[in-house]
Design a protein around this ligand. Structure first.
Ligand code: ATP
Length: 313
């Protein structure tokens, strides 16, 4: 980590999320999809460093300190810039903010990288301004930025209902190991995947709620084998049809002792659940040999969504 933290700077780790269950239950009156999902934070992270200038008023990236993949929007379209503006507007303050980012969460991958960065920015601002917004006010602001942002602010294991923003924490002590795989050259836009899903599915019902309820029960009891049986994602048939190699990768993980393997969010990242780090490593080496066009990560479950980083001595 190359960030050095000084009195006017704060740094934060922003964790990726997986959807262990993901059910689409219907369409809400405002046109958004009603979902029921079991979110899980994992320790794949972006790192943000915000430097404040009390006399300034511009908000932008410090490119010399940032490292992000090509295509990353280093401009006002970035969700981080939008989040900072929204927070400052809410507390009626003007201040200069210079943003540096080290981005390791792949973009448009179903891992909520952008939402997690937004949550990290809100968290840092509220820390800098000594919790001027209450937890409830910060969550309300997060909802305005994106459906996954409230979860990313909190993190850990949570059920997300409605658009994903109505959250219930799942208490458990169990660590879970994951192998993540994403085709290097495929990104998927969440709205386009919802559109493709809607073209194929016209009938919705509330029955899948029971799957998430059962998955939460299994996780609360530390029963990962049972949890694995209940994992799934309604986008899978549609996304696997568009990118058949994703199903092959899931099958390869299962052939190599994954308890299960599924798509996360709108994809294209797929994840396998493993008993331990070593079995995830064995599966990774099989996968790497057969699917060299995939990026891979071994991750563990994380019990939070964002975390302030300690200053370096
Ligand atoms: P979700 O799982 O919530 O659907 P995702 O992982 O599929 O999210 P993101 O990585 O959040 O998708 O990015 C979606 C799009 O948002 C990107 O294609 C990018 O153009 C834009 N974007 C804006 N700001 C950011 C950011 N800080 N990080 C990543 N993408 C960003």
């Amino acid at each position: 980590m190359s960030f050095i933290v000084s009195p006017n700077t704060l740094a934060v780790s922003c964790y990726a999320k997986l959807n262990l269950t993901f059910s689409i239950l219907g369409i809400l009156p405002d046109g958004y999809h009603q979902v029921d999902t079991l979110y899980q934070s994992v320790n794949l992270e972006d790192r943000l460093l915000l430097t404040f200038d009390r006399d300034g008023n511009s908000i932008g990236f410090d490119l010399s300190k940032s490292k992000a993949p090509s295509g990353f929007p280093f401009d006002s379209k970035n969700i981080i810039v939008n989040s900072i503006k929204k927070y400052l507007q809410k507390i009626d303050t003007t201040i200069g903010v210079s943003i540096a980012i080290e981005k390791d969460i792949p973009m448009a991958a179903g891992l909520a990288g952008g939402s997690s960065d937004a949550a990290g920015a809100l968290f840092v601002l509220n820390t800098y301004f000594e919790n001027k917004l209450s937890k409830e006010e910060l969550t309300a602001l997060a909802i305005q930025i994106g459906a996954d942002v409230p979860f990313c602010l909190h993190g850990g294991s949570m059920r997300g209902e409605n658009k994903g923003e109505i959250l219930t924490q799942v208490q458990h002590e169990t660590g879970i190991f994951f192998l993540l795989a994403k085709p290097s050259d495929v990104s998927l836009s969440t709205p386009l995947v919802f559109k493709a899903y809607d073209e194929r599915n016209r009938n919705y019902n509330q029955a899948p709620k029971r799957t998430t309820e059962a998955a939460i029960h299994a996780l609360s009891n530390g029963n990962i084998k049972e949890l694995a049986k209940l994992c799934g994602n309604d986008f899978e048939s549609c996304v696997f049809e568009m990118h058949p190699e994703l199903k092959l990768v899931c099958n390869d993980m299962k052939d190599n002792d994954a308890l299960t393997a599924h798509l996360s969010g709108s994809g294209p990242t797929v994840y396998g659940i493993f008993h331990d780090f070593i079995s995830a490593e064995v599966a990774l080496s099989s996968l790497g040999a057969k699917f060299p066009n995939f990026d891979t990560w071994i991750c563990a479950s994380a019990n939070r969504g964002v975390a302030l980083m300690e200053p370096l001595e």
